[in-house]
Design a protein around this ligand. Structure first.
Ligand code: IPE
Ligand code: IPE
Ligand code: MG
Length: 254
């Protein structure tokens, strides 16, 4: 047995036991700014730097799917100035990161009610998605104007329409069919969900898809979240036993 204390790489996560899909609720930008007596928007700006770092680190580790909760359906209720600032920041991110995404084989995807986003954000989104469509190393998904319940309503409606048209037999509706009608149809479910800022709730994120995800909560505010924090969570994930309803003995007999 190798001693963790002697192994200089022991701080790194076990590459064999990394999640395939990490989903993150990036929370705490506002409180970060408030603590520093800054405008909340400064917190979002600083948070964008954390996004860049996490995208890079995830890509370097070879994790193929990263999904970031950037704006929820509920976030439309925030003051108009903050919503506008978030949209401007989002557009800047989509434009500025395009080249690095292309160089690194990262494909951009977006889930949520994209039609509610301002036209210029939709344009930037479309351009970056088209330009990066051939990226094969990692899929970066931004959840924008995303809500898990809205996604389920939309899926039920789409299935209802298909049943009414006669192209879907209600007896054929199973878990796979429901998954295929969600925004995330092309992705595996997240193995690991991380939320920063100390809140321990899902806030309408990927309700269906998180059914068996491991959860990691950290009190660190998103702008303060470091690569080391991320690696620690990934290492901890590698040490967890995912039982999916079975007993520990069934997974590791003898
Ligand atoms: C997360 O930070 C970013 C978005 C929801 C867009 P918050 O803005 O929610 O930060 P807190 O929770 O107020 O600190
Ligand atoms: C969840 O954060 C949404 C995003 C991170 C985009 P919120 O800050 O909006 O969540 P609540 O309202 O505290 O649950
Ligand atoms: Mg918040």
């Amino acid at each position: 047995m190798s001693s963790k204390l002697e192994n200089p790489n022991s701080l790194l996560p076990d590459l064999e036991r990394l999640p395939r899909h990490v989903a993150i609720i990036m929370d705490g930008n506002g409180r970060w700014a408030k603590k520093k007596l800054l405008n909340r928007v400064k917190g979002h700006e600083q948070g964008a730097d954390t996004v860049r770092m996490i995208v890079r680190a995830t890509r370097e580790l070879g994790i193929p799917f990263l999904t970031l909760y950037a704006f929820s359906t509920e976030n439309w209720q925030r003051p108009k100035t903050e919503v506008m600032a978030l949209m401007a920041l989002l557009k800047r991110f989509l434009v500025r990161e395009k080249d690095e995404m292309l160089e690194n084989g990262i494909r951009l995807s977006v889930i949520g009610q994209t039609e509610r986003l301002p036209d210029d954000v939709q344009d930037a989104m479309r351009k970056t998605m088209e330009a990066t469509a051939h990226g094969r190393r990692m899929t970066l998904t931004l959840a924008l104007s995303y809500g898990g319940r809205e996604e389920l309503v939309r899926a039920v409606r789409a299935m209802g329409n298909r049943i009414a048209e006669g192209t879907l037999d209600p007896e054929m509706v199973d878990e796979a069919v429901i998954s295929q009608h969600l925004y995330t149809a092309a992705m595996p479910d997240p193995d690991l969900m991380i939320r920063t800022s100390g809140e321990m709730r899902i806030s309408n994120f990927l309700l269906w898809q998180l059914a068996y995800a491991e959860m990691a909560f950290t009190p660190t505010l998103w702008p303060d979240f470091t690569k080391e924090d991320y690696l620690n969570i990934l290492r901890d994930f590698g040490n967890r036993e995912r039982r999916f309803g079975k007993t520990g003995d069934q997974l590791d007999p003898g």
